[in-house]
Write a protein that binds this ligand. Structure first.
Ligand code: GLA
Ligand code: ZN
Length: 668
């Protein structure tokens, strides 16, 4: 297999030459070389150019582009071009179009207008994939195949009749018998009992709340159906183009919630993702770091590909702030710090027309004579010097459980706090406080092995199977400090509430019993004694004889009752937090857990400065990233800064948004 990431930190992005006349192509290659671009992703939305009419291919332009890139030694991540069908296909077969919850067809004229279950669409996509693979499998520029693009970004859930049929097939495979489905969905409630498979529909718009397990199964089905599509294209590529890695770009971003990447990741030869900073988030830079740690978890700890991010503004937020000078490089290096060995952007050259004409690019509208392009070229230089750390890893003492299914279920119908409890909140808050303490964290699936982690965080892990709960308990028993937050271990994987007091799956481990939830209103808080306060959630809690109460509720209906507890379990501990404490209170609790587990963060890390280490067998590199608009001074070890190419030791001052990547003299 050709290897990707390449032997350097690959640098480049989406290249869409079909939008430009050929004169521009020469300039493109010259500028790519000048900026140190080493790879491009080609042809993502080029179907209409590659197959202008049914079965007639036009590969001449792509031959020419590939030829030029090969001559310039720029590696190509070649797309299968199937992300968006051309107008001739949807005109001939409008049945391929997706349908929303209300039965409205989503018409062409934008992108990704295809139903995930439609076999005719799939056969056309597979034919194009085959034609491309046959033509280019041994092309010298080809380094990786890129299937589709950001699966599910726009076209699911689809509620069409084809999906209804597909759903029934998927349900038969999952539940085998109708009785089992009735049991799993709890259809004795509200007269929903099914007597024939054909009665089952997608969860289209209903009079009021839909059946939550039906909704959950539908999300699983839609994710699996797109995965099937991915696998169909991938299998062709593996067969016709053996030895070339295949990937598709995930979207490990806060606002994207459609796919269960834990099911997708094992089928990627290389895990890749896209990430865009969302200006309206309260802690955008922490969300970026979380995305990196989640992607590293999906990649099994191995380096991963950052396929897309932006040099500056995007064009799809209500207001799209530009990045400050320095931020382009700093944001890229933040992804590298968390394990990326490829730094890719959308897109090479800013378009003059189309929906994304105001999205930033490596070459902005102003052209190469611009501060942004000069920063891009500086970044190319820095990444060129980072080749020595390719393949190195991030070592973490803390594991944090992340579950895409729990995210769906917590966002499902009829929950205790549907508007107030967002699944990522507890995970992101704890991850952020760890990051500010310089503590590296692996983000893992429930059910992932936990051996070797000193601390295991279980945040709002609402669905847990018996086996998954047992793994968490075993980790505590073996010596880990397990920290569980509210609304974890409540339901089975079919979303049936476990009885006898919450959290049924973890009650014994934690030595607590929750009789009732007391969710808090937006803006409402509850005092904690001895100090601090909580928000979002609270619970009526009783504790067992060997459970220590670390904090009580200080006011409101739960005044005097336990809020935060801790229990010795085997060689470890289990801590329970029944509310979301404010940063200060939660920080103190984390400090206690970390010190009991012997975890020490990187010196110098703070709310403004991120400090992350990557290690290989012989060397280590310390990333020091200033995420503020002010200069910062901190103590660093003796070493060589690959960013500014200078010796450093002791006090180091970084400019606003500045960064250092220090090759440490002694590997740690
Ligand atoms: C996604 C897509 C790109 C582009 C960018 C814009 O990542 O894959 O084609 O639309 O968003 O931010
Ligand atoms: Zn459909």
């Amino acid at each position: 297999m050709r290897t990707w990431p390449t032997d350097r930190v690959a640098f480049g992005g989406d290249y869409n030459p079909e939008q430009w006349p050929r004169e521009v192509w020469d300039d493109d290659i010259a500028l790519m070389t000048q900026a140190g671009v080493s790879f491009v992703t080609l042809g993502v939305f080029a179907w209409a150019h590659l197959e202008p009419e049914k079965g007639r291919h036009d590969f001449e332009w792509l031959d020419e582009v590939l030829e030029r890139l090969a001559r310039a030694e720029i590696a190509v991540d070649l797309a299968t071009g199937t992300a968006t069908p051309p107008p001739w296909l949807s005109r001939a077969h409008p049945e391929i179009l997706p349908v929303d919850r209300d039965g409205h067809t989503l018409w062409p004229g934008s992108r990704q207008a295809w139903c995930p279950s439609d076999q005719l669409f799939r056969s056309h996509a597979l034919a194009l994939t085959t034609a491309l693979a046959e033509r280019y499998h041994d092309h010298p520029a080809l380094a990786m195949w890129h299937v589709g693009n950001e699966f599910a970004c726009h076209n699911i859930p689809c509620y069409c009749d084809t999906c209804a049929v597909g759903f029934r097939t998927w349900l038969r495979a999952r539940h085998t018998h109708l009785d089992a489905l009735n049991e799993a969905w709890g259809t004795s409630f509200w007269s929903q009992r099914y007597t024939h498979w054909d009665e089952i529909l997608p969860p289209r718009r209903t009079t009021t709340f839909a059946n939550p397990t039906q909704v959950l199964d539908y999300r699983r089905f839609q994710s699996d159906t797109l995965l099937d599509h991915y696998l169909a294209e991938r299998d062709i590529l593996h067969e016709v183009s053996p030895g070339v890695p295949v990937t598709t770009n995930f979207m490990t971003m806060h606002h994207f919630r459609e796919l269960d990447y834990h099911r997708w990741a094992p089928h990627q030869d290389v895990v890749s993702t896209d990430h865009y900073v969302v200006a309206s988030l309260e802690h955008p830079r922490h969300e970026l770091a979380f995305s990196g740690d989640l992607t590293r978890g999906l990649a099994g700890g191995r380096p991963w590909v950052l396929m897309e991010h932006s040099t500056s503004a995007v064009n799809w937020q209500p207001v799209n702030p530009a990045k400050r000078p320095g931020q382009t490089i700093r944001d890229s290096l933040t992804h590298v710090a968390h394990g990326a060995d490829t730094v890719g952007y959308f897109q090479w050259r800013a378009s003059t027309a189309g929906s994304e004409k105001f999205h930033s690019a490596l070459v902005p509208h102003a052209g190469a004579d611009s501060e942004r392009f000069r920063e891009v070229a500086r970044l190319g230089g820095v990444l060129g010097r980072l080749g020595e750390l390719v393949g190195s890893r991030v070592e973490a003492d803390v594991a944090l459980i992340w579950d895409f299914e729990a995210q769906w279920a917590v966002g499902g119908p009829g929950m205790p706090s549907g508007g107030g409890l967002d699944y990522p909140l507890a995970a992101h808050t704890i991850h952020r406080l760890l990051l500010d303490r310089g503590v590296a964290c692996d983000v893992l699936a429930p059910g992932a092995p936990l051996t070797g982690y000193a601390v295991v965080v279980v945040p709002t892990t609402y669905l847990l199977s018996d086996d998954e709960a047992a793994l968490i308990a075993q980790a505590a028993d073996a010596g880990a400090d397990v920290l569980v937050t509210f609304f974890s271990g409540i339901s089975t994987r079919d979303d049936h509430v476990r009885l006898g007091g919450y959290p049924g799956a973890l009650r014994e481990l934690l030595g607590v019993r929750v009789e009732e939830f007391f969710p808090l209103l937006a803006g409402e808080s509850v005092a904690l004694a001895p100090t601090g306060g909580g928000h979002t959630w609270s619970e009526w809690l009783t504790v067992g004889a060997d459970t220590e109460v670390l904090a009580h509720y200080g006011d409101g209906p739960l005044a005097g009752r336990p809020a935060v507890t801790r229990r010795a379990v085997g060689a470890g501990h289990a801590t329970y937090v029944s509310t979301l404490p404010d940063d200060e209170a939660l920080g103190l609790l984390l400090d206690r857990v970390l010190s009991s587990a012997g975890v020490v963060g990187q010196a110098g890390a703070s709310e403004r400065v991120e400090v992350v280490r990557r290690v290989s067998a012989e060397k280590s590199w310390l990333f020091v990233l200033n995420h503020s608009a002010e200069p910062v001074t901190l103590n660093v070890p003796i070493g060589w800064d690959l960013v500014e190419q200078r010796q450093v030791s002791g006090e180091l001052t970084l400019p606003p948004d500045g960064c250092a990547v220090i090759r440490e003299r002694v590997a740690t």
